[in-house]
Design a binder for this molecule. Structure first.
Ligand SMILES: NC(=O)c1ccc[n+]([C@@H]2O[C@H](COP(=O)([O-])OP(=O)(O)OC[C@H]3O[C@@H](n4cnc5c(N)ncnc54)[C@H](O)[C@@H]3O)[C@@H](O)[C@H]2O)c1
Length: 401
């Protein structure tokens, strides 16, 4: 406990330690987004200051299968502020330790259920990466499991806190768009196949194998579900075409393997508000647009386009009048007439923002609505997307019970 002096009061600052088990964080997402840019960033900033007299301080332990990988990760990221990071390959022992009330999982999607079950049984609050499963029934079973055990739970829905989307939500809350008509999302970039010298693949090979939980439909429709539900109304129907454009890639060891699942998908959704949303997702496109993900929203009174961090808008009064004439170069530069929403806040890392909300939810019982039941809706949309592709038809999206 330390004394905290401000102009009016002398208060005693309490730092409450929150033990967090970080499972499967030697991987890409676990290391970069969750360990380094979220939990360690929170520790380095001095914890989560929730009031003048209370700070919540994460105390992580890294768990996984490979002791030397865990030790190397811990050594690389331990510093004066964090102290030496703890590791363990004995998850049951760590789960039995009441000093760690939160269990987080960023292991492979197909490993998730087993770990969640163990952690629920140990009475931990559960937080995990998406997708929570690859089948709706399984995702709902995990949500039920948490609810019946009475443990707090959450699924990562990071895109909601991207600065670009937060700026778009600001425009929307001020009635900028009039009536929103349609939304077009373009996600993707070129993922190297690994077959060319000096161009190693930048995504894990399991992404391209169905048996390992891969496929871009399972990966991305989870995200589009919560983005659309939160901004444009609940998704009511889906039409989805997948493709495996590149049938063979090289794995992490340079060995060729067959890609038996989708590396691109072309999906259209209708929402309860009658908004048409088209989202292309692809690991087989090259980028000539503002960002790796862009989303354009067109409304009767204005349009906006977002990237990961920026948001540009064009009002009805500021809309130029294009006339079709391919015989001359366009007299209008279509990148003109857009204004940028300025930065008016500190836009922290999106994963970190959601982590802070979850930690406060566990420690202080503050609201947190991005739970495993919400996560299951994303799995449902992915499953329906795959079915729509297989049957080549539109499908309704029933309410989940
Ligand atoms: N929120 C997002 O934007 C986003 C983006 C990409 C991936 N993801 C999700 O994050 C998860 C991890 O993806 P990734 O790209 O980091 O994959 P990755 O292959 O880089 O990492 C997977 C991790 O799980 C560990 N692991 C696998 N099997 C395990 C087991 N039996 N026991 C313990 N650990 C095990 C691996 O050692 C590794 O540390 C996936 O569910 C994926 O869908 C989310």
């Amino acid at each position: 406990m330390t004394a905290n002096v401000n102009s009016k009061h002398l208060t005693l600052m309490t730092t409450q330690r929150i033990g967090i088990i970080l499972n499967g964080v030697t991987g890409r997402m676990g290391t970069n987004q969750h360990l380094v840019r979220s939990i360690l960033a929170i520790i380095r900033q001095g914890g989560i200051r929730v009031s003048d007299d209370l700070t919540l301080m994460p105390d992580p332990i890294l768990t996984g299968r490979n002791a030397s990988k865990l030790a190397a990760l811990a050594a690389k990221h331990s510093c004066e502020k964090t102290g030496p990071l703890k590791t363990s390959t004995d998850l049951p022992v760590v789960l039995a330790d009441s000093a760690y009330p939160i269990f987080f999982d960023a292991s492979g999607t197909l490993q998730r259920a087993r770990f969640v079950e163990m952690a629920v049984q140990a009475g931990k609050a559960i937080y995990c990466e998406k997708p929570t499963a690859v089948e709706t029934r399984e995702a709902l079973r995990l949500a039920d499991l948490c609810e019946k055990a009475g443990v707090k739970n959450g699924a990562v829905q990071d895109k909601l806190w991207l600065p670009g989307l937060r700026k778009l939500a600001l425009l929307q809350s001020q009635g900028f768009f009039g009536r929103i008509l349609s939304v077009r999302g373009e996600f993707g970039y070129w993922v190297f196949t690994g077959e060319h010298e000096g161009q190693p693949a930048q995504r894990p090979s399991w992404n391209y194998r169905k048996a390992d939980g891969g496929g871009i439909i399972v990966d991305m429709l989870c995200h589009w579900r919560y983005v659309i539900d939160n901004l444009f109304g609940e998704v009511k129907s889906v039409s989805c075409l997948g493709a495996t454009h590149i049938p063979e890639r090289r794995d992490e060891k340079g060995v060729p393997y067959d890609c038996d699942t989708d590396d691109a998908c072309y999906a259209t959704f209708e929402t309860e508000r009658g908004i048409v949303c088209q989202f292309n997702s692809s690991w087989t496109v090259r980028v000539r647009r503002d960002d790796l993900f862009t989303m354009q929203v067109d409304g009767t009174h204005g349009s906006a386009i977002v990237g990961l961090r920026k948001c540009w808008f064009q009002s009805l009064a500021g809309t130029p009048k294009p006339v079709w004439n391919p015989d001359v170069d366009s007299p209008i530069n279509h990148y003109d007439h857009w204004q940028e929403v300025p930065d008016t806040a500190d836009y922290d890392n999106a994963f970190k923002v959601q982590w802070e909300l979850f930690i406060k939810h566990v420690a202080l019982d503050t609201p947190f609505r991005w739970n495993l039941r919400e996560g299951a809706k994303g799995v449902q949309l992915a499953e329906l997307g795959l079915q729509s592709w297989a049957e080549r038809r539109w499908l309704e999206v029933p309410a989940l019970v």
